[in-house]
Ligand binder design. Structure first.
Ligand SMILES: [Fe+2]
Ligand SMILES: [Fe+2]
Length: 264
């Protein structure tokens, strides 16, 4: 199975630019074309939050229009820039999204890798958290199929990255999550967004990765106390390549024209 992950698209309304500079809808359109052109084509695309920038209906309308060109099954989950009510309304035909209830979390059961999407949002805040209700939901889902290889997707990473200001808005109560994760060796990976950079860490018996963004990246600045800034490093997505015999291998797939492959 080839699972593609796009993240932090921050799509704005038609005709607008993010921070008056970044044409995030055009970047997402390029990501969609990139995914459609991959050979082999991914089996599924997971979008790990900050789908749009301000959570407005006009932004979700634009997101929907751009994603309509994606020729691969896909699923959306919210980030701190999303508005769950507006997201639900714009995508009410997406059957995996719970139509009611406090949280936007779900499982996808149709593939060799089981996908569990976790809602880490605190409405109105940049940081995330998993309350007891969401932790219990996760534990119950994991108990359903403890032997199936599983990927957990969550917007806010549960670990400290070294990027000072991003670490202040990560997933707050990650120790409680870690205690659950440690009991489930078939969690092959936790895939996150939010930090707009690819990172990898061993964590509670599994591996956590964060995905690069489809448009702007967060500057790699490990000086303590540095403020967060963005930078136009190459947009990219993650390709998680699953085979039972080799496990889950994560590739960074850069979006853009870098010239043709040249034989050695
Ligand atoms: Fe983001
Ligand atoms: Fe975020």
């Amino acid at each position: 199975m080839l699972l593609a992950q796009i993240s932090d698209m921050h799509v704005v309304a038609k005709g607008k630019r993010l921070h008056d500079r970044i044409d995030t809808p055009a970047f997402l359109a390029r990501a969609v074309a990139h995914l459609n052109a991959l050979a082999p084509r991914p089996d599924f695309v997971m979008a790990t939050g900050d789908l749009v920038d301000e959570g407005s209906p006009a932004e979700y309308e634009n997101l929907r229009a751009i994603l309509s060109a994606l020729q691969i099954p896909w699923a959306l989950m919210p980030g701190n820039h999303d508005d769950c009510a507006a997201l639900r309304q714009a995508f009410d035909d997406q059957l995996y999204l719970p139509g009611a209830g406090e949280f936007l979390q779900y499982t996808i059961e149709d593939y060799p890798l089981r996908l569990i999407a976790l809602d880490t949002l605190i409405p109105g805040e940049s940081g995330g958290r998993l309350c007891q209700a969401r932790l219990d939901w996760l534990a119950d889902r994991l108990e359903e199929h403890p032997d199936r290889p599983t990927v957990v997707a969550m917007h806010h990473p549960p670990f400290l990255t070294g990027l000072t200001e991003m670490d202040a808005i990560n997933c707050g109560n990650s120790a409680a999550l870690g205690a659950i994760v440690a009991q489930h060796p078939r969690i092959e990976r936790i895939v996150c967004g939010h930090v707009h950079r690819p990172m990898v860490v061993g964590w509670n018996g599994t591996v956590v990765t964060t995905a690069p963004a489809t448009a702007h990246q967060v500057t790699l600045d490990l000086k303590e106390g540095s403020p967060t800034s963005w930078i136009m490093e190459p947009p990219a997505c993650h390709l998680h390549y699953w085979r039972e015999e080799s496990g889950l291998v994560t590739h960074v797939s850069y979006i853009g024209d870098y010239g043709p492959p040249t034989p050695y």
